[in-house]
Design a protein around this ligand. Structure first.
Ligand SMILES: Nc1nc2c(c(=O)[nH]1)N[C@H]1C(S)=C(S)[C@@H](COP(=O)(O)OP(=O)(O)OC[C@H]3O[C@@H](n4cnc5c(N)ncnc54)[C@H](O)[C@@H]3O)O[C@H]1N2
Ligand code: MOO
Length: 400
């Protein structure tokens, strides 16, 4: 039996880092940045006001000081008047600080009304301000040349905002990893179809296809196939157009394990010391052109497939992007106890309740409890040697 860490190492070794291409900063969420991005602009790019008010020389702006207004500085102003001794300029939030001024008195702290009013000639400051007050300094977020976005990070809205702010219109992102999802089992029916004796709806292929998209991959193919080896082989031939093939079902020790029947020899079938998710298959297949295709075979139980996707497929897809596969765990209090069998490490779907966790289903663990999986906010990890969690437990959040 392999540990989860040993198995993950084998899985990550299946990745080939994908090529990058330049794409618009506004696209490519979930893809991986191929190079560090250094700031072309400082952020903020110039000293500017944090408030609507009057830019002053702090030394002149004692409480009750009467200052002469030399002009207006709206945001986007192409120039600003010099502020001399005893003077000030009306300024708006985000507008560049005029030369000479070193602080801003918010309009509320003057004798002037707020809003769209004509430029006054004189202003009385009600309170003194210290130099630098309400001024946002050039470069106080990042300076020109700072490495702001790191190669290996996953692209998303915050990265888009950051890259835009430091002067990039396009960024080098690795191409999306292409994934084929094949669910296996003679019992599988399409969602919504009437069920005959022994039949169940296929949920795994839809669940996994959704997770592939969530993990930044592209679903090239999603299909449910029966337990006939020829049918599975034909689907697999199509699936080899992908970078990664992931299957569910047919990896155990039963009499009709189609995945095992077709790929054993090329692919390793192992047991991993985890619950659920014990039977796993992985290895490299070859596309007709000789290109390596990573193969992951997950167990058919839906919660097993879900846990396996978070633990192995997500890091594998990240590795194709050249990203560090580190999975962040939070330590949270246990709000409702549950049981586990000793020996294997338990991965159980949990909800966040009162800042802690409780099992998603009242039964606790169960690899078939697919209809309650949508309630899960994360996966709680209970160590091998315990028969229940302690007061706290480590949790992998799965909502993002
Ligand atoms: N004698 C033993 N039996 C089993 C062992 C074992 O060690 N010895 N391991 C058990 C464990 S643990 C797991 S997990 C399962 C894995 O079995 P398979 O990967 O071969 O999966 P199947 O038998 O095909 O299916 C298991 C279960 O999941 C349902 N299923 C399958 N595909 C889907 C799908 N696409 N959507 C929804 N549900 C699906 C299937 O109907 C079964 O109920 O083996 C245990 N047995
Ligand atoms: O390992 Mo199986 O995945 O317990 O249900």
């Amino acid at each position: 039996m392999l540990s989860v860490e040993e198995y993950l190492e084998r899985v990550l070794a299946l990745a080939t880092v994908l090529p990058a291409e330049d794409v618009s900063v506004s696209e490519g969420a979930g893809r991986v940045l191929a190079e560090d991005l250094a700031a072309r602009f400082a952020v903020p790019p110039f000293d500017n006001s944090a408030m609507d008010g009057f830019a002053v020389r702090a030394a002149d702006a004692a409480a009750g000081a009467r200052l002469r207004v030399v002009g207006d500085v709206p945001a986007g102003a192409s120039s600003a008047p010099e502020v001399g001794a005893g003077e000030c300029a009306r300024i708006m939030t985000g507008a560049p600080m005029p030369p000479g001024a070193d602080a801003v008195v918010p309009v509320e702290l003057t004798d002037q009304p707020m809003g769209d009013v004509p430029l006054p000639q004189w202003v009385v400051a009600r309170e003194a301000v210290a130099a630098g007050r309400h001024v946002r300094r050039r470069g106080e977020d990042v300076a020109v040349g700072d490495a702001v976005l790191r190669a290996g990070s996953v692209w998303g809205p915050e990265a888009t905002g950051a890259a835009s702010s430091i002067g990039y219109a396009t960024v080098p992102l690795r191409r999306r990893v292409r994934v084929a999802v094949l669910a296996t089992g003679d019992e599988l029916m399409a969602p919504g179809e009437a069920l005959g004796f022994g039949q169940i709806p296929d949920s795994n292929s839809y669940l996994l296809a959704g997770l592939v998209a969530r993990f930044g991959g592209e679903v090239l193919l999603r299909r449910a196939v029966g337990d006939d080896p020829d049918e599975f082989r034909a689907a697999l031939d199509e699936a080899l157009a992908a970078d990664v093939v992931v299957t569910t079902g047919g990896v155990s020790v039963g009499a009709f394990e189609v995945v095992r029947q077709v790929v054993e020899g090329d692919i390793d079938f192992v047991k991993v010391a985890m619950q659920p998710g014990k039977p796993q298959a992985s290895g490299l297949l070859r596309a007709p052109d000789g290109r390596p295709v990573a193969f992951l075979g997950f167990p058919g139980n839906p919660v097993s497939a879900w846990v396996s996707a978070w633990l192995f497929l997500r890091p594998l897809l990240r590795a194709f992007g050249g990203a560090e596969g580190q999975t962040e765990l939070l330590t949270l209090p246990v709000r409702q106890l549950w049981r586990k069998a000793p020996g294997r490490r338990q991965y159980i779907p949990v909800r966040i309740v009162d800042g802690g966790v409780a099992p998603s289903h009242a039964r606790g663990s169960g690899s078939h409890l697919v209809a309650s999986l949508h309630l899960a906010d994360g996966i709680a990890v209970v160590p091998e040697d315990l028969d229940a969690p302690g007061e706290t437990v480590e949790v992998l959040l799965t909502r993002s």
